[in-house]
Design a protein around this ligand. Sequence first.
Ligand code: PRP
Length: 178
Amino acid sequence: MDTESREKRVVFADSVQIDKAVMAIANQINEEYKEKSPLLIGILKGSFVFLADLARKLDMAVEIDFIGLSSYHEQKKSTGKISLYCEPSAIIRGRDVILVEDLVDTGLSTSFAVDYVKNEGANSVKLCALLDKKSCRVVDVAVDYFGFDLPDRFVVGYGMDYNEKYRHLKDIIILGDE
Ligand code: PRP
């Protein structure tokens, strides 16, 4: 981590805890999608590490795609504006889609993604999020598979960033201002 940064950090979940949580989610999906071949759609960019770990714990034939969404933040808070900068390349019509998110905060990004895949004609849509920050919801979003409840704190690592830094960290770190 950047040693010159003045932000204070506390580990929220280390790599062992994360691995256990991802395994628990994979077990549920393995059970529920036994006879299916779901299309996993990772919401970029934050989900890329979680999606890579989750996919390698799944037993069925999955397909993988991505949707690029950006929610604009000011002072670590969402402004509520979402932009779609990269559409999935897969044909979604008739597919059983599992949206894969690192974090559901206001719910605006995931709600946008759910509407997108429904409009594209998905047969079913479920939402999988490693972290669920329920106290910050602005729109009602049901998370079907999740790893950790997250209090109202700003986290980085395991794919998540602050100003594009820290995505490569193995642990999930709470970032606070000193
Ligand atoms: C973060 C995170 C989620 C989204 C959650 O992404 O990865 O996708 O915000 O916030 P919401 O529930 O309030 O919409 P961000 O827009 O920062 O983009 P990134 O994944 O590229 O970092």
